[in-house]
Design a binder for this molecule. Sequence first.
Ligand code: PLP
Length: 492
Amino acid sequence: MSSSDAASGPGTSAQDSSPYLDALAEFVTKGRERWDTPGHQGSVDAHPLMTSYFGERTLALDFQTMVDGIDLGPDNAKQRSLTLAAQAWGSSRTWFLTNGSTGGNLTACLAMAGMGGSLVAQRSVHSSVISGLAMSGLAATFIAPDLDEELGISHGLTAQALDDALTANPDARIALVVTPSYFGACADVRALADVAHRHNAALIVDEAWGAHFGFHPDLPTNAVRLGADLVVSSMHKLGGSLGQTALLHLGHGPFAEKLEPFVVRALDAMASTSESTLLLASLDIARREIAVHGATTINRSLATAARLRYRISSDGRYRDVTDKIRTYPSVVGIDPLRVVIDTRAGGVSGHEARHLLFEGGHHLELSTDSVVVALIGAGVELDADGLADTLLGLPNRESEIRPVISLPPAGPRRMTVREAYFSAAEVISAADAVGRISADSVAAYPPGIPNLMPGEEITAANLTFLQDTAAAPFGYVRGAISPDMSLVRVVI
Ligand SMILES: Cc1ncc(COP(=O)(O)O)c(C=O)c1O
């Protein structure tokens, strides 16, 4: 960042504007008759139902741009909003995404292929990375993250694990890590970036869960400020924009510079040519709110989290596992806005607790067999006592709880993800699948780390693990052809 950029970082008055939103609003006030897409054309008469749910103003603001001054021409409003976003997060360049971090990961995977060489990636990547590898054809080596076998949840990668993997794969030009985790565990991005760069590889961080980082002194620093070269960030998750919106940040220095042209081309391939003005404007608004007011408003969210933690730990039935998560070598920080509660310790499985909480009027983001995770959006204040009262009143069903099983090692890789993805495949009985090559990514929840990846040999231990998980109460196997894991898709 230049010094003038620094003068418009988080909390400064330059951030207190939303040029893209303002340009849309001004366009609408001109009252032009619409002969464009989307075909609702803001017509209340033609769309009374949509108008009654979403409001007239929403329809009015939802129009096809490609308009000089809004998103075309020099110094257009969208470009100014993107520059403000880059300054707020400290990137050299930021792009708005309207297809989530899913789109960000697909874009990153296409762009990575431009760097040559192969990829070293954390095994617990989001499924969009596997799809992205099928698209880009990049060869990948996967590294197991830290795993809490008691709770069945995974964390991040240590710098040492990355160093070892890059040493073993000297042709790797990209490293991809996920931090923070679903459970708020933050890896040491600065150390990971140093290691990657020392091995002549760029560091890409899937920071889908950390869009709010850096906007309050009690929150971790964001990955781009810690030296990552490309960062994928779901602003809609905790950052306050509308669902499906995300940000892609480019870092600084030679690796980012090399990535940039490939990112630009990949974005062209991935983004809709009719991106939603509403989604884009929501990114502009959410950036303004968090950059200008986050340091104050996030106090409310932190207070909610602290109160919930206090109620859980002072009662003693359940366990707040924040301190336990901190003990893992890959964890150097915690997102305080994710409260991870071990309900199994209090006689009810995480999935059952989440279900019962839902019945009791509380919809929680996530559960595993052991834990529930409560999220508090940046700037939001929630009723911590209401949630704690319901949680602490749940029936104790000790007898239905099963022990966590430990995770078997992955089978050897026999072909790339892309080769397996596009190979002829057949669905066979799991009993005959040992030694064959998986065509699919299949992950048991908990802990959601793929046990089979496209191109990997299927081992007996992995099949047993997947079948045991499928048979367990509330167990779930993502990517399974049959819910009980009796069938598997394999390369012919
Ligand atoms: C680590 C990670 N990356 C990417 C994504 C995809 O994000 P989005 O839902 O914004 O497409 C998710 C979704 O939960 C995720 O957990």
